[in-house]
Ligand binder design. Structure first.
Ligand SMILES: [Zn+2]
Ligand SMILES: [Zn+2]
Length: 348
């Protein structure tokens, strides 16, 4: 089969590799129909390189069940499915408590096992979820990032009527806008430095959008939202926004950190002091897993995709064949073309 394999920093190859087969009774072989590029994939491509040279890349996907092992009862060939790419050990202290996101040896396919930038991918059956009929493949390929966002929301004390600010309108931030609505936020403020992303934010439910390059954020929030922001969500991982996000919530408010920084971050003393002086609760959030595995984040995502409360279509800018992977990653990380979410799709 064809796949995209990462050999080194900026060395991604579209080439033949061995097709996975059913080995364990619990295996499910899936024909990939849609698979998205995640921010973590671009960081690995641009900065970190692969865990194992030549590994098939990618972890956000949907597809059709091709074959199942003998012990698999809840899935059949032909089922439309999405996959949870995370592999907990099920044995460490955290796994035994059902806190799979904190598993001591958690990994995601595409790192130590072949991922989804391929014609076929294999997962254990507990990682495979059926997708409702009215949810298309590209949408179903975004169940994983949505579950990651939902995981963070479940950590907060958000209640109906609250005001939520979201900093960074990439895929994670745009999903966070929709989750804020689902969790009952009455006012949603989206912040970014890119007007195009802010347009999408508005389209999918932000009540107020702010370009923080053009507007002094602290002054604006002070003037228009003083003591109103209950929860502030950082979804960019940029080195300065992790400090800025601390200035947004009201006293006693909450900060949710979803963005992953890939460089050292900068926090001024004044920003750091906000945690203390304003008695903020700061939540870190990792992956999207809970018990029973893979967790409520996944089932809730599928429910709200079915009801269309989660609409990822405005987030996806490109539908491309897998063969365009190498050139697409190059253009994406070297900013040769503008992209929102990129989806590799198989049409047949
Ligand atoms: Zn991801
Ligand atoms: Zn574990």
């Amino acid at each position: 089969m064809k796949s995209l394999n990462l050999y080194d920093v900026e060395d991604l190859r579209y080439e033949d590799s061995e097709q996975p087969t059913i080995v364990n009774d619990n295996d499910v072989l899936i024909k990939v129909k849609a698979t998205g590029i995640c921010g973590s994939d671009t960081s690995r491509y641009k900065k970190l390189g692969p865990y194992i040279a030549g590994m098939t890349f990618g972890h956000e996907f949907s597809g059709v069940v091709e074959a199942v092992g003998e012990a698999v009862t809840h899935l059949n060939p032909g089922d439309k499915v999405t996959g949870c790419p995370a592999m907990p050990c099920y044995e460490c202290d955290y796994c035994l408590k059902g806190e799979y996101s904190c598993c001591k040896s958690l990994y995601v396919i595409g790192s130590y096992e072949p991922g989804s930038f391929a014609e076929f991918v294999k997962l254990p059956s507990q990682n495979v979820l059926k997708v409702p009929d009215n949810v298309d493949y590209a949408t179903a390929a975004m169940v994983e990032p949505s579950a990651v966002v939902a995981h963070g929301f479940y950590k907060t004390a958000i209640q109906p009527g609250m005001t939520v600010a979201i900093m960074g309108c990439g895929s994670i931030g745009l999903l966070a806008i929709q989750w804020a609505r689902i969790f009952g936020a009455a006012h949603i403020i989206a912040i970014d430095i890119d007007d195009h992303k802010l347009d999408i934010a508005k389209k999918i439910g932000a009540h107020q959008v702010i370009n923080s390059l053009e507007t002094d954020l602290e002054t604006f929030i002070e003037t228009h939202y003083s003591n109103q922001i209950d929860v502030a969500i950082e979804s960019s991982g940029a080195k300065v926004t992790i400090g800025q996000i601390l200035t947004l919530p009201k006293k006693g408010g909450e900060v949710l950190l979803l963005g992953i920084p890939y460089a050292d971050i900068e926090i001024t003393r004044q920003h750091f002091e906000k945690i203390l002086r304003n008695e903020l609760s700061v939540h870190g959030s990792w992956n999207g897993l809970s018990s029973p595995f893979p967790g409520k984040e996944w089932h809730a995502t599928l429910h709200y995709m079915q009801t269309k409360d989660i609409n990822v279509t405005p987030i996806i800018s490109h539908y491309l064949p897998l063969s365009e992977g190498p050139v697409t990653f190059d253009k994406l990380v070297n900013r040769k073309e503008k992209y929102d979410k990129v989806m590799f799709v198989v049409n047949d």
